[in-house]
Structure formats: structure tokens, C-alpha cells
Design a protein around this ligand. Structure first.
Ligand SMILES: *[C@@H]1O[C@H](CO)[C@@H](O)[C@H](O)[C@H]1NC(C)=O
Ligand SMILES: *[C@@H]1O[C@H](CO)[C@@H](O)[C@H](O)[C@H]1NC(C)=O
Length: 358
């Protein structure tokens, strides 16, 4: 008996030491991982992508989903007069941040969905691709070059396409944008105003800065100031590295471009740094997540989170782009229709068009 007990005692002593070592290893490992990866770890169980790491495995449809045929009855009911007028009056150049490994996987799905509604669509890469088209900017790939790439992209736009648009949108290849709502938001502003819009975050920059993933839109005047004053001086970081959106925010503040308010008339946001589900389902974005400390204006979660005229969502997989496309532009509850009033900014143009079509 005593022998066995002694043996067990010895065994459990050794085991205890081993267990303590093992446990402290696990704890240290977890704490380290938590500190380094906390946003990713907090959200890993949530399913939908929430970070760029989680987006890496997402790929789009391998068979072309084709186009949606309009139901004749619905098609006749659709009235896009206002959207068509806005298309001409609020011209938007969209440039999409992408890279060679994502031309096929993501960029072409942006082009097949929301990208086609931009007045001009350009993909910014480090490899030329005429089918998109993608521009080969003289910068390296990877997160460490995003700021450098953003500077080069706006420089390229400034030198080659300034006359083709009034506003200049930067979006990622996993951002989904509703162009009609962006034009509607911009309608009261002039492209000569020194302003930019997006999902405004609080830290690092006094007037706030715009989330990179949700996309941000600069007036023509803001692009001019950014390139002529910002990139040509020590006001903006000369390095290629640094957080793209924070550096952009600092730079635009330094050249006196105002960080605009993109909320709708009832105070709901229009630019979103996550997919709709993460804003709509309470608790999906944990209270401890950086988002709640960063967001500039008080924002709600749940069904009242988001504007009826929302402009953008981020971390949208290529497949989900086709889903949003269907939900936003095709699915309609039968028997409910709505008419929008002609915005005052468009009345004159509308009257002119009516005269010429008579
Ligand atoms: C379409 O909408 C515009 C603007 O609200 C309106 O002036 C026009 O009469 C509408 N057209 C039709 C066919 O209903
Ligand atoms: C940068 O500044 C120089 C000297 O002031 C000027 O000649 C040049 O045109 C500026 N470049 C841009 C892109 O504005």
C-alpha cells in the first residue's frame, strides 16, 4: 500500500511540475497571441470575415454568375431619372486598391458588380492588367506599402484623370459601394469644396480620419491639395509604410481638407467598416472591440444601425458582392413602390432635359 502511495505521490509530483510548465506555456502563449492578434481572436468565432487575415481565403464564383434579366412588369415601373441625372452631375472616379494576386480573385468581381456604376473605374496594383484595367504603380505589395501605394494612386489620378470626375473614391477590393447613395450624399456639396467623406474614426487625428476599408471620397479640390501641397512638402509622411488611413487623415488635415460628416438626416452612418450583419446583429461586434473606441459619432447596433441610403460596407467576399447586388438592385417586395422628389440641385438640369426631349 505505502509503496503504491509513495509511487503515486512521486508520479503526481513530477506530473504537477509538468502540468505547471505546460499550463504557464499555454497561458503565456495565449496572452501573447491575444496582445498581437486581439481583434482577430475576439472575432474568430463569428464566421463572417472581420479582418484582412480572414479575407485571404475568400474567393469568388469560378463560374460567371451572368446577369439578372429584368421582369418586364418591374422594369416598366422602375424610374431612374434622378439617378441618371446624378450620374452626370456628380461624376465619381473609383480607384480600387488591389494587388496582382487579387486581380482574378477579387478585382474582377468588383468590376462585374458595383464598380460598373462608377463614372470611371481604375484598379491600382503593381502589375498592369488591361482587362480590368489595372495600373502598375511603382511601389511594392503588402500592408507595409499601402500608404505609399495610396500616394502613388492619387498622384496617378491627378496626372491622368482629373478632368474626368468631380469626386475621387478610394475603396478596397473587398469594399461594396452603392454609387447612387454616394452621389445623393455628395449632391449638396461642390467639388471645389475642400472636403472628404468616409467612416470617421476618432483617434490619431484631431478632426478624425476615415477608415480605409469602408472607403473614402475626396473632392477634386481635396485631391489637388493632397498632391500639390501634401505630397510636395514635409506636411505628409514621406515613408511608404504606416497605417494608410491614419496617414491620409493626418495629411489631409495638414493641408486643410475638412473631414466631412457622412451621417444621414436622422444621424445614422452611411459608410461601414464591416459587413451589414456585424452592424445589424447586436453583440456581433464585441463591446471591447476597437471599433467602439474608434467610431467618431455615436452609433447604434441592431436594425437601426444603418442609413436607408448606406454607401459602403467592408470585408465583403466576392460571393457576397453578387448577393448584395441582387438584394439592392433586383429583389423588390411586390406592391410597394416609392417615388423620390427631384432634389433641388437637379431641377434645372431636369427641366432642360424635358425641353430637349419634347
Ligand atoms: C420619374 O421620376 C421623375 C422624378 O421624380 C419624375 O419627374 C418623372 O415624371 C417620373 N417619370 C415617370 C414615367 O413616372
Ligand atoms: C511641387 O513644388 C514644386 C516647387 O514649388 C513645383 O514646381 C511643382 O509643380 C509642384 N508639384 C506639384 C505636383 O504640384
Amino acid at each position: 500500500m505505502s509503496y503504491i502511495r509513495l509511487g503515486l505521490h512521486k508520479w503526481s509530483n513530477v506530473n504537477k511540475q509538468f502540468l505547471v510548465a505546460l499550463l504557464s506555456g499555454v497561458v503565456v502563449g495565449f496572452v501573447t497571441a491575444y496582445v498581437i492578434l486581439s481583434p482577430a481572436i475576439l472575432l474568430v468565432a463569428l464566421g463572417d470575415p472581420h479582418t484582412s487575415q480572414e479575407m485571404e481565403s475568400a474567393s469568388g464564383p469560378s463560374i460567371d454568375p451572368g446577369v439578372h434579366r429584368h421582369d418586364e412588369e418591374f422594369h416598366q415601373m422602375e424610374n431612374s431619372t434622378v439617378a441618371d441625372l446624378m450620374f452626370k452631375k456628380v461624376r465619381i472616379l473609383c480607384w480600387i486598391m488591389t494587388g496582382p494576386s487579387n486581380h482574378e480573385k477579387r478585382a474582377r468581381h468588383v468590376k462585374a458588380t458595383w464598380g460598373k456604376r462608377c463614372n470611371k473605374l481604375i484598379f491600382m496594383s503593381s502589375q498592369k492588367d488591361d482587362s480590368l484595367p489595372a495600373v502598375a504603380l511603382p511601389v511594392g505589395e503588402g500592408r507595409n506599402n499601402l500608404w505609399g501605394k495610396t500616394k502613388e494612386a492619387f498622384k496617378y489620378v491627378y496626372h491622368n484623370h482629373m478632368h474626368e470626375a468631380d469626386w475621387f473614391l478610394k475603396a478596397d477590393d473587398d469594399t461594396y459601394v452603392i454609387l447612387e447613395n454616394l452621389r445623393y450624399m455628395l449632391l449638396p456639396y461642390r467639388s471645389t469644396d475642400s472636403i472628404y467623406f468616409g467612416c470617421k474614426f476618432k483617434p490619431y487625428v484631431k478632426q478624425g480620419y476615415m477608415s480605409g476599408g469602408a472607403g473614402y471620397v475626396l473632392s477634386k479640390e481635396a485631391v489637388r491639395k493632397f498632391v500639390e501641397l501634401g505630397l510636395n512638402s514635409t506636411k505628409c509622411s514621406k515613408s511608404n509604410s504606416g497605417a494608410e488611413d491614419v496617414e491620409m487623415g493626418k495629411c489631409l488635415e495638414a493641408v486643410e481638407v475638412k473631414a466631412g460628416d457622412s451621417r444621414d438626416s436622422v444621424g445614422r452612418g452611411r459608410f461601414f467598416p464591416f459587413v451589414p450583419e456585424h452592424h445589424l446583429i447586436p453583440g456581433h461586434v464585441k463591446k471591447s472591440f476597437w471599433y467602439w473606441q474608434y467610431i467618431y459619432y455615436e452609433s447604434k447596433e441592431g436594425m437601426d444601425c444603418c442609413s436607408d441610403n448606406a454607401v459602403s460596407f467592408h470585408y465583403v467576399t466576392p460571393n457576397q458582392m453578387y448577393v448584395l447586388e441582387y438584394l439592392i438592385y433586383h429583389l423588390r417586395p411586390y406592391g410597394i413602390s416609392y417615388q423620390v422628389e427631384m432634389p433641388p440641385e437637379l431641377v434645372e438640369e431636369h427641366e432642360k432635359n424635358k425641353m430637349t426631349s419634347l
